[in-house]
Write a protein that binds this ligand. Sequence first.
Ligand code: ADP
Ligand code: MG
Length: 360
Amino acid sequence: MTRTFRAPGRVNLIGEHTDYNQGLVLPMALDLATFVESAPNSAPSLKVHSEHYRESREWQLKTIPRLEPAGDWGDYVAGVARELLRAGYRLEPRSLSIRSTVPEGAGLSSSAALEISCALALALDQPVPPLELAQIGQRAEVEFVGLPCGIMDQYVSVFGREGSALVIDCRNLERKYVTLPSEVSILAVNSMVKHSLSQSAYRQRTEECADAARRLGVSSLRDVSPSAFEAAAVTLPEAPRKRARHVIEENGRVVRFAASTDPWELGSLLVESHRSLQRLYEVSCEELDFLVDTAVEIEGVFGARVTGGGFGGCTINLIRAGCEAGFSETIECAYQARFGVSPRIYRCRAAAGAGEITTS
Ligand code: ADP
Ligand code: MG
């Protein structure tokens, strides 16, 4: 029998580059999602087709424990299959068909949506505890695809809830659901660029943070209070000092964001986060800075910042409900005039986490 599984992309409201530093993040799952149809397969293999790439891959089930990454999209699926086996789950011969409404490489986490939907489509009736499901997706990305990501994307794809964002503590993996004030809307604006630097810079940032933690004598930057950081900052070389300052202050911004219902305060926290990512963490780019600088001048905008890893992808914009159309038109014209590209704009509504789609 063919069954269909869905896992959402996400937008991170605040708490950027904090997850792999055991810090705090505040994302929400989106109604943009990846859907995987899982059908029985008569051969003893795992077949997968991506509608987006119009390509298929096939692996004999018995070879999966020994697979090497191929350096393409199939690695996300093979990695998840391998991690399920490692965690003691069985794999049946299946044929998966993937379609997605999450834009790729735009900072809305098409990768976690792919991992989690495939994990569900392969586990089928074997119940995987939700936290383990998220960790299987993360391990597939870290250990097989080779990107040292934190747990945020997979976690929110699993634990998202309609109408709510969630604060995730990436150290103890606890969560708290929060709702945004009803007078605000969130729009993501896709810069339509992804600079090639993004993966190598991501790796470099994770290393610089680990270096800063080592020099400060802690296992992660989560263990450094703002005052302890100020006292020790002069001992750090410039790069680890700037990266650590961003991470430590960004954790504080997540706490303030979660505690506030004032749209102007929420908006100014977003702008502070952007400036920090621009100047201290150095993961912004001309297109993203232009989108943020333009957005904050538009009527009804409380604040804006880059979301996701950076070097392209999307900004998020916190705006007054009812101002969506005017905002979209203005930012689209300005971006088109400056870069000759029309940005895609997505209305972000908090959606439920991953699961099977049941047809009645
Ligand atoms: P993001 O997660 O921000 O969208 P990533 O670079 O982490 O960006 O992940 C994008 C990668 O995930 C793509 O390059 C591709 O390998 C894989 N991917 C995402 N969606 C699909 C899809 N529908 N079909 C096949 N591969 C996909
Ligand atoms: Mg990703």
